[in-house]
Design a protein around this ligand. Sequence first.
Ligand SMILES: [Zn+2]
Ligand SMILES: [Zn+2]
Length: 98
Amino acid sequence: MSADHDFAAVRYAMTSENGLYRFTFFCALCGRGHTSGLIHANSVEIALHLARQEARGYFNGCHTCGRWVCDGCYNMDVMTCARCAGHYLLQGGLSDGE
Ligand SMILES: [Zn+2]
Ligand SMILES: [Zn+2]
């Protein structure tokens, strides 16, 4: 297993209401967000840590460029984001020319 790319790099937005935190994490390609439940924690850092652990399950790390993308932007066959998968398809998909 290669080391995971850092999920901390994922863009997110935070809201807090009455001492509860809520985070939305965004797909690096389509920008679709995954919003966590309300999190009760003593600090923003802890809340963010918990939110990331939950949100991780909804994203996929591209093995080529390291972006974290949603299921719709992930190509399971080659374990990369759709953008990188496009490169693979261009390189290896049409081999009969020339
Ligand atoms: Zn996406
Ligand atoms: Zn990629």
